[in-house]
Design a protein. Structure first.
Length: 401
């Protein structure tokens, strides 16, 4: 009797647990999903928007570049597909787009969002509002502006990577230009200066022997925004200066001329630390930009021996002058031409002078071009490389002092 009662009690305990098991009745199979790798925004007729998505074809993701094979000789052409649709806004366009895709669109792999230049100049606020609210979008996704139609960057079939979206992601990760995530863009546009800067996309002309569309998008220069509208474009060199001022330079190569000798010097890696020091005296608003940077020689095209302390100091002075020229070019281009505070001077003034900022914040667009900027640059060459004298030059011709 006791054994029977014990068994009954055990059963009573386990029955509720069995009821809590949901099973897999609501699972979604991979074969039922359309994996989205990128989304492009373009203008359409009647003030509508055209949404273009790049779809990953899962069964064709094995192999790399043209090694995948295929009738056209380029396996990359079979690893992605694109679909487009227009709508009153982006949500309307995407809902119509779902009708053309037999699988449910899955956004977990989408790391790339591209605005065309025309969309960017008209304003990206409503599109960014959707991306921020959309629960399936990723805040770490990268944002770009394309020169021309954004959809064209998704039509390409790279010879090496699986998709043009993957090309853009890897180029952004290399930090060869601006790298801006959705979260960072949102912070820029809601910050004190309400400005932003995004990397620009161009399409590399394909080789004559390449298949149609067998090329890649690449990064060149940047688009600058005042509030949510693009107001101009800056060159690659000016973009480097902007990256210095935003303390986002990372590690890259600097090539410059050294005074007193013909030829070029190349430094890598170049590391930098930037400090903004605001100051208000009466009606004068000033900003000191303090830069400390250093690098190693990887190529010496001059006739100077970097093992000589005096010549190394001269080389460092050339490095310093080059950095100064880059920063001053960026300041002139953005402060005087575009009048856009993409360096976030506004935040520096707000932190140090909250009362003065409260009075000025509504007139910052007028005040920013008037800010007096002073640069203090300290540049050093740490290591001259594995050899002392310039390679391939007779010792008697090397400049020793």
């Amino acid at each position: 009797m006791k054994t029977w009662m014990r068994t009954l009690m055990k059963t009573a305990v386990f029955i509720p647990l069995l009821l809590l098991l949901g099973g897999c009745w609501d699972r979604t199979e991979l074969n039922d999903l359309a994996l989205i790798s990128a989304l492009a925004f373009d203008e359409a007729e009647n003030n509508q928007v055209r949404a273009t998505v790049q779809l990953i074809i899962p069964q064709n993701q094995t192999g790399g570049g043209a090694m995948g094979g295929g009738p056209s000789g380029g396996g990359a052409a079979k690893r992605t597909a694109i679909r487009s649709e227009t709508g009153l806004n982006i949500t309307d366009a995407l809902s119509k787009l779902q009708r053309k895709i037999p699988r449910e669109m899955f956004w977990g792999q989408c790391r790339i969002f591209i605005f065309s230049e025309s969309v960017a100049r008209a304003g990206i606020r409503k599109h960014l509002d959707f991306l921020i609210r959309f629960p399936e979008s990723r805040e770490r996704a990268y944002m770009f502006v394309s020169k021309g139609e954004a959809a064209k960057a998704l039509e390409l079939f790279p010879p090496i990577e699986n998709s043009s979206a993957q090309v853009l992601r890897k180029l952004a990760d290399l930090r060869i230009g601006m790298r801006v995530t959705m979260h960072q863009l949102s912070l820029m546009l809601t910050g004190d200066s309400r400005t932003a800067v995004l990397p620009m996309i161009y399409i590399l002309p394909k080789n004559k022997s390449a298949e149609p569309f067998q090329t890649i998008p690449y990064l060149l220069g940047s688009a600058v925004f005042k509030k949510d509208k693009m107001v101009g474009e800056i060159s690659e060199r000016v973009t480097r200066g902007v990256m210095w001022l935003r303390n986002e330079i990372g590690e890259y190569t600097v090539v410059f001329e050294s005074e007193g000798s013909e030829g070029l010097l190349s430094l890598k890696p170049v590391k930098a630390n930037i400090k903004l020091i605001p100051k208000i005296e009466g009606e004068t608003w000033a900003m000191t930009v303090r830069v400390k940077t250093e690098g190693d020689i990887i190529q010496n095209g001059t006739m100077m021996d970097p093992m000589n302390p005096k010549l190394l100091t001269l080389m460092s002075k050339g490095f310093e002058d080059d950095v100064s020229e880059r920063i001053n070019s960026a300041l002139h281009e953005t402060q005087q031409r575009h009048k856009v505070d993409i360096f976030d001077f506004a935040q520096a003034f707000h932190r140090k002078y909250p009362k003065q900022w409260e009075k000025m914040k509504d007139r910052w667009d007028e005040q920013f071009p008037k800010v007096e900027v002073k640069t203090e640059i300290e540049a050093k060459i740490l290591r001259p490389g594995l050899i002392s004298s310039p390679e391939g030059v007779p010792k008697e011709e090397v400049k020793k002092k």
